[in-house]
Write a protein that binds this ligand. Structure first.
Ligand code: CP
Ligand code: NVA
Length: 308
């Protein structure tokens, strides 16, 4: 059966663990698995800029014996003359999977509804589920068990990253704290979904406005840009509104002594995080960036297995 990965909760907790196990396995020998030999082609489409996602999908597909076809929306008919559903019907006759970075989640849903091949969300305005697989893999490597860890996110709680931490974190049995101003709190329906997931895994999501309360004793400290792609016009308001949620050495000092710092990157040093933290000893951002490769390869292999 074709499975899609449009949101973090398109997989079950057991499937999330299975994909993370597979990622750890694939990481041991990058060229051992040739699931995409043929070579099969995977379309990787970008409506927004990217460094990590573009490179890690292209390299990962090649590692698996496949051919990456990287397309920018500006140079295709998608987004202008052609709907996601029609694009999907064209692509499915020629590619093994479609990976798409876009704005509206609805476009991804239309793409998935129109095709028999797996569709993967490579970041939308609402979720960044591939990033979460890499983040969870990184935390597993550094902390062992994910279940029971407290992860505190600071800043734009309505961002794709905060939403994905809520869903994927609860799914992994983690206690996710999201610290943001009230106007930047996560969407209520996403929190409700995370609560439902947490009820079965022992995980939880708590929304806070006090950054000090959110930092206290945390095992993992996370932030993201205050100005996500597509929000550039709100930049001045966001810098003003989110200023109290900066991750400083003082905030980091309230977390557990062994706390890790992660950030999906790209980062604005001096805004959402001070250089002393992101470039300091508790930061594991380069492992996190590398793990995009391993996690996404595992996801592709897993999706291909479901389709067999
Ligand atoms: N973290 C992430 O998705 O980075 P890119 O925007 O460079 O792909
Ligand atoms: N929230 C950020 C993540 C970038 C990887 C954005 O959407 O721009």
């Amino acid at each position: 059966m074709t499975r899609h990965f449009l949101r973090d909760d398109d997989i079950t907790p057991a499937e999330q663990a299975e994909i993370l196990d597979l990622a750890a396995e694939l990481k041991k020998d990058r060229w051992a698995d040739k699931t995409l030999a043929g070579p099969k082609t995977v379309a990787v489409i970008f409506d927004k800029s990217s460094t990590r996602t573009r490179v890690s999908f292209a390299v990962g597909i090649a590692d698996l014996g496949g051919t990456p076809l990287v397309i920018t929306t500006a140079s295709s008919q998608l987004g202008g003359k052609e709907t996601p559903a029609d694009t999907a019907r064209v692509l499915e006759r020629q590619v093994a999977a479609i990976v798409w970075r876009t704005y509206a989640q609805k476009g991804l849903e239309e793409m998935a509804a129109g095709t028999r091949v797996p569709v993967v969300n490579a970041l939308s305005d609402d979720f960044h589920p591939c990033q979460l697989l890499a983040d969870l893999l990184t935390l597993r490597e550094h902390k062992g068990e994910l279940k029971g860890l407290t992860l505190s996110f600071f800043g734009d709680g309505r961002s794709n990253m905060a939403h994905s931490y809520a869903l994927a974190g609860a799914m992994a049995g983690m206690h996710v704290r999201i610290a943001s101003p009230e106007d930047y709190a996560p969407r209520a329906d996403v929190v409700a979904d995370a609560d439902r997931i947490g009820a079965s895994t022992g995980g939880s999501v708590v929304l806070l406005t006090d950054p000090l309360e959110a930092a206290a004793g945390a095992d993992v400290v996370v932030t993201d840009t205050w100005v996500s792609m597509g929000k550039e016009e709100e930049k001045l308001a966001r810098l003003r509104d989110l200023g109290d949620y900066k991750v400083t050495p003082e905030l980091m000092g309230l977390a557990d002594d062994e706390a890790l710092f992660i950030h999906c990157l790209p980062a604005d040093r001096g805004y959402e995080v001070d250089a002393e933290v992101i470039d300091g000893p508790q930061s594991v951002i380069w492992d996190e960036a590398e793990n995009r490769l391993h996690a996404q390869k595992a996801l592709l292999v897993w999706l291909m297995r479901q389709a067999d």
